[in-house]
Design a protein around this ligand. Structure first.
Ligand SMILES: [Zn+2]
Length: 95
């Protein structure tokens, strides 16, 4: 095999490796997108914490009617509840 042929073979092998890597990336991205779609669909009835992915539970402790992460990473409250809370904080004397 001449040096020119070896170079060509090397180039071909390099191209084949890049093609395999691109194929892997494409498959990996497809898998991630599929997972994301499933998560979004499940999230319609089953919200989960974006931090730890655990299912949010009702906040019985404070009676806000909201959902909280069991690990206390965060909470989901309706906008009306947030407005009422802010109003109560701004005017603590009036009930
Ligand atoms: Zn969490």
């Amino acid at each position: 095999m001449s040096n020119g042929e070896k170079d060509k073979l090397g180039e071909l092998m390099h191209s084949a490796r890049i093609a395999r890597e691109l194929e892997w990336v494409r498959k990996h991205e497809e898998e991630l997108l599929a997972k994301l779609r499933l998560r979004t669909k499940a999230g319609e009835q089953n919200a989960s914490c974006p931090e730890c992915d655990k299912k949010l539970v009702e906040d019985a402790e404070h009676g806000t009617g909201g959902l909280v992460c069991p690990e206390r990473h965060g909470a989901w409250l309706s906008w009306d509840t947030i407005v009422k809370m802010l109003d109560r904080l701004a005017h603590p004397e009036s009930k």
